[in-house]
Design a protein around this ligand. Structure first.
Ligand code: HEC
Length: 150
């Protein structure tokens, strides 16, 4: 009896695993059908493949006035990316570097559109993006995750 139950359980688990595997395969297939997103062709599928970021170079870049707008990152996002000039502007300090890089790649590629940010990102090189992401993520900021909350 016990053995039959165990083997049924084993079967159910195997079936669940197989289903899980199928779901995973399907989503890979969907991504493959849209190579722009799957391969990073537009530069926004993932931040993987960027060169390592340099914090000091990122800090310098964050203060440079962009050619397109005459503004620097910290003109809008504030000192160290943690004092945005408007409540609706995002904090960058302490954000995951991957996330920042991914967002900048998406603006640059036009996959993420915003009247202020898209022109900011347009002329950034992969190295600039990696540096800026390394710099802002290295700053202590007000962003926090749910650690320590009940
Ligand atoms: C003219 C003001 C302005 C400037 C200059 C500016 N930003 Fe932004 N930035 C914004 C606003 C507003 C948003 C929110 C846009 C949105 O909702 O997509 C934003 C969004 C972002 C995001 C996405 C954050 C998130 O949480 O998703 C990143 C990353 C970012 N900016 C980085 C930069 C960097 C790096 C620079 C300098 C190269 C820069 N910004 C310059 C106004 C600005």
């Amino acid at each position: 009896m016990r053995t039959a139950f165990t083997s049924r359980l084993t079967f159910a688990l195997a079936a669940a695993l197989a289903l899980g595997a199928c779901t995973k395969l399907e989503s890979t297939d969907t991504a493959a059908a849209d190579p722009g997103h799957a391969s990073g062709e537009h530069g926004s599928a993932s931040s993987a493949g960027l060169p390592p970021g340099n914090i000091a170079a990122g800090e310098k870049k964050s203060q440079e006035k962009g050619k397109a707008t005459g503004q620097s990152c910290i003109d809008c996002h504030g000192a160290e990316g943690d004092k945005p000039i408007a409540a609706t502007y995002p904090h960058l300090a302490g954000q995951y570097a991957d996330y920042l890089a991914h967002a900048l790649q998406a603006y640059r590629a036009g996959d993420r559109q915003h009247a202020l940010m898209t022109p900011q990102a347009k002329d950034l090189s992969d190295q600039d993006i990696a540096n800026l992401a390394a710099y802002f993520s290295s700053r202590k900021g007000e962003l926090r995750d749910l650690h320590g909350l009940d």
